[in-house]
Design a protein around this ligand. Structure first.
Ligand code: NAD
Length: 258
């Protein structure tokens, strides 16, 4: 029987890659996120066709708990009980703390941290009664170390890692596993935004920002690939990963080894 997975923030970047990989592994998938309707429909239809599974789109804004509840109701109705959640949706804002816009702080904490609490509390009773569940939180190297000017993001990701450990303990005897994937830099639209902002702020070219700022922290001097993260996420849903629980899995070219 095919499993059902919800991947939040999967109309772009890492989430889209994870949704594609889970579908290829045989899961029915709910995708979610913002963007152009025609582009999202193209992604949905191609996931369905390539994976030979069902793929349903939810436009839920994950900063709004009632929309997360509606997303779960749709997933259950169209795909069945939710077996796998990938909490991936996230945004970034870079600013010195004294200038950090309060609305950006609230947005980042709501989306990057609180949304994972809501998806988990909604999925947990069913996962417990079915004695199987996988919750994968897409955290960051910034769940383990900080960088200046990213107060909200670093706080949310450190919090997400704490939540991951707690969920892992609460689900351990119910067949539920919860882990965090902690990527270094991946070249997605989220990072493109940072490259452009930094280039403007520091009067550098985008290439200089990539080589001297972004990849400065990453010993391999290479971006992490979306597909690398997607394959790790799929592995965490397999039986071989059954004893991996409450872990922070770094996939960052050695960044946090320093
Ligand atoms: P992205 O900008 O390409 O994708 C973000 C996704 O979240 C999109 O689908 C977007 O529509 C969705 N989204 C934004 N606001 C939303 C909301 N309110 N409700 C629902 N969906 C919303 O970003 P990405 O780089 O693929 O990042 C995905 C995750 O990976 C984030 O949690 C990010 O913090 C984390 N991460 C990224 C990197 C990186 O270098 N790109 C590194 C470490 C961790």
């Amino acid at each position: 029987m095919a499993r059902t997975a919800i991947v939040t923030g999967s109309t772009s970047g890492i989430g889209e890659g994870i949704a594609r990989a889970l579908a290829a592994s045989g899961c029915n998938v709910m995708i979610n996120g913002f963007g152009d309707a025609a582009a999202i429909e193209k992604i949905r239809a191609s996931i369905e066709a390539d994976g030979k599974v069902k793929c349903v789109y939810s436009p839920a804004d994950l900063t709004k708990p009632e929309q997360i509840e509606a997303m779960f109701a749709t997933a259950r109705e169209k795909l069945g009980p939710v077996d796998i959640i990938v909490n991936n949706a996230g945004v970034q804002h870079v600013s010195p703390i004294e200038d950090f816009p309060v609305d950006k702080w609230n947005l980042i904490i709501n989306l990057n941290l609180n949304a994972a609490f809501h998806t988990t509390r909604l999925a947990f009773p069913e996962m417990k009664s079915r004695k199987w569940g996988r919750i994968i939180n897409i955290a960051s190297a910034h769940a383990l170390v900080a960088s200046p000017f990213k107060a909200a993001y670093v706080s949310a990701k450190h919090g997400l890692l704490g939540m991951t450990k707690t969920i892992a303990l609460e689900g351990a005897t119910f067949g539920i596993r919860c882990n965090a994937i902690c990527p270094g830099y991946v070249h997605t639209p989220l990072v493109d935004g940072q490259i452009n902002d930094t280039a403007k702020a520091r009067n550098m070219t985008p290439e200089q920002v990539i080589n001297n700022v972004i990849l400065a922290a990453q010993p391999t001097k290479e971006f992490v690939k979306v597909t690398d993260i997607a394959q790790l996420a799929v592995f965490l849903t397999t039986d071989a990963a059954n004893q991996i629980n409450g872990a922070a899995l770094s996939i960052d070219g050695g960044w946090v080894a320093q």
